[in-house]
Design a protein around this ligand. Structure first.
Ligand SMILES: [Ca+2]
Length: 97
């Protein structure tokens, strides 16, 4: 989103998802998708509470297999990334009720 002023809480969260995806996706010059190393780095840095230390590589490979469904190219699109965010958000919500 171009302007961050006046965003609602939900719009701020959506903007954050976009910014985080682009931050990690642009590492290899292709900002439209996450490669396996980019996905692993994102998981390590942004989701440390959901991934056991030392299992990042295994989890990233499993997620790549499970999430790469929209276009099977061994890369995670923003749409596929949002499926991950949705799944983890639903899980986190179920644990806090
Ligand atoms: Ca990329």
């Amino acid at each position: 989103m171009a302007c961050h002023e006046g965003l609602t809480d939900l719009e701020t969260c959506m903007d954050g998802c976009i910014r985080i995806f682009r931050k990690y996706a642009m590492t290899d010059g292709d900002m439209l998708t996450l490669s396996l190393p980019e996905l692993k780095k994102l998981l390590q840095t942004e989701l440390p509470r959901f991934i056991k230390k030392g299992e990042e590589d295994k989890v990233a490979r499993e997620m790549m297999t499970n999430l790469d469904t929209h276009v099977k190219d061994n890369k995670i699109s923003f749409q596929e990334f949002m499926s991950l965010v949705s799944t983890i958000s639903v899980y986190a919500h179920s644990k806090t009720c």
